[in-house]
Design a protein around this ligand. Structure first.
Ligand SMILES: Cc1ncc(COP(=O)(O)O)c(C=O)c1O
Length: 481
């Protein structure tokens, strides 16, 4: 079993190891990683790191002890609110990321529904395109999920379906601007009046569309209304660590007013220690992300974000045009922003991911779900403009190579096994293990082609995919041998 080193390592030895650990990480600075990373360029990274280090050791737990961090938080919230048509009543908090903001919107809705509507078991209406973080929120905080279909062509939420799903127990409707999977804005202006009519909360997930939609609109793109300009919208999440190009650990949760935000705050005096007041989920937390975000927003400024958006839009257009020229590919829906879901009707799309990887690119698999065919996800940031033409050229090569790959015998085998199962039949864990072994997935490592694994996960019923991935991560995070 690994233990603490008996004697501490030298500083050089520590850094040698840290550098070596990164050998197999994606080389994202090359601009060929089109998910997970948001690269504002070297000068923004420098400014962010400097501010981060300056406040690294400060504790953002208590703004009365560190008024500097309280001030930065208030200024960041004000900047986010003004981008989103908020008035002086809009309030918010700095969070660690999109997920924390989404969780908080759910917790706030639950506590609001309990207190103001006397609902014992609040419900949350989720279009199938709503981010997974809301499922996590419903799970963590004990709300009942009511899932609704989206338009099968546009992948936008359908107002009538949302209205149909509302019951006397509904606390919250979730909408996206934009959705992660298809990059589209839900018809929020039509959903706002429905929320008002039924006196339920309406959240807009602007986590990834933040700092894109507002600027794309200024560049002439036809972006529908999605923010506090829409009556009925009660909360918005907007991430700073995505297209505001701040280091990870930075986002904002916004509420229409303090009366609602009150339900986000957790306070307790029922113990022997200090009175705990947590407006967000974290308690003790580094001031680094707050200061870095403050520094980046002020350093880049409005003109800078407009320039980023111009580059992002140009890159997105090059990539969209390139995809349109590849007969075997199609984009799902009509993306409003810079996120694309690309699929094929003629060959297994996940082989393209492996072929792109061989050419140095990272693109992400998205499995089929409720009318959304399996696809590859591409997030296009400002950095992508440098490589957009090269991306299209390599995508053409990757598609040709992927088309030449024969069908995977393993995938066929799993399809056969699934066909034998009776509807609703539970799979026994030993069978699942055997299947994972056959796919070369053992001990938290993947030995075979990722495409085969992805194809299998795609055809498994979601319950089984969940089970398999839980096992995989449970196997991966164990002590080193
Ligand atoms: C629309 C949307 N909501 C929420 C999240 C979750 O954000 P995070 O990964 O920062 O927790 C994401 C992440 O991509 C997103 O795209």
């Amino acid at each position: 079993m690994m233990k603490l080193p008996a004697k501490g390592l030298s500083e050089e030895a520590v850094f040698e190891k840290l550098t070596a650990f990164a050998d197999h990480d994606v080389p994202w600075r090359e601009g060929k990683t089109l998910a997970y990373i948001y690269d504002g360029g070297p000068d923004v990274e420098r400014v962010a790191k400097r501010a981060y280090m300056q406040y690294l050791t400060e504790n953002a737990l208590d703004p009365t002890v560190y008024p500097s961090l309280g001030r930065m938080e208030r200024e960041l919230v004000a900047m986010a609110a003004s981008l989103l048509s908020g008035d002086q009543d809009v309030v918010g908090n700095f969070t660690s990321g999109g997920t924390e903001s989404c969780l908080l919107a759910v917790k706030t809705a639950r506590d609001w529904a309990r207190a103001e509507k006397r609902i014992a078991m609040p419900e949350i209406v989720l279009p199938v395109t709503a981010h997974a973080a809301y499922h996590k929120g419903a799970d963590y905080f004990g709300l009942k999920k009511v899932m609704v279909p989206v338009d099968p062509q546009t992948f936008r939420a359908i107002p009538a379906e949302i209205e149909k799903a509302i019951t006397p127990n509904t606390a919250l409707i979730v909408t996206s601007a934009v959705s992660y999977a298809h990059g589209v804005v839900d018809p929020i202006a039509e959903i706002g009046p429905i929320a008002q009519k039924h006196n339920v909360l309406l959240h807009v997930d602007n986590c990834i569309g933040g700092f894109i939609l507002q600027y794309f609109r200024r560049l002439g793109e036809p972006i529908p209304d999605f923010d506090f300009a829409v009556p009925g919208v009660t909360s918005i999440s907007i991430d700073l660590h995505k297209y505001a190009y701040c280091p990870k650990g930075a986002a904002i949760s916004l509420y229409r007013n303090k009366a609602l935000r009150r339900y986000q705050i957790f306070t307790t005096a029922d113990w022997t220690g200090y009175t705990l007041v947590n407006p967000t989920i974290q308690s003790a937390k580094s001031g680094g992300p707050v200061a870095a975000a403050w520094a980046v927003l002020n350093y880049v400024g409005d003109e800078g974000y407009l320039a980023y958006a111009r580059r992002t839009l140009a890159a997105t257009q090059i990539i969209k045009r390139g995809i349109a020229e590849i007969a075997d590919l199609r984009i799902l829906g009509t993306p409003d922003a810079n996120l694309l879901a690309v699929t094929s009707d003629s060959f297994p799309i996940f082989n393209v991911i492996d072929e792109m990887k061989a050419l140095g690119w990272y693109v992400q698999p998205q499995f089929g779900f409720k009318g959304s065919k399996e696809n590859i996800h591409i997030s296009v940031g400002q950095k992508a403009l440098e490589k957009a033409e090269g991306f299209v050229a390599d995508l053409k090569t990757a598609v040709e190579r992927a088309k030449a790959i024969p069908p995977s015998p393993l995938v066929e085998l799993v399809k056969g096994e699934l066909a034998k199962m009776k509807p609703g039949e539970a799979i026994d864990p030993a069978q699942l293990r055997a299947m994972m072994d056959a796919l070369g997935v053992a001990g938290g490592q993947v030995a075979g082609r990722m495409a085969d694994l992805n194809q299998v996960l795609n055809i498994l019923p979601p319950e089984l995919t969940k089970l398999a991935l839980t096992e995989f991560f449970n196997d991966m995070a164990v002590q080193p041998r």
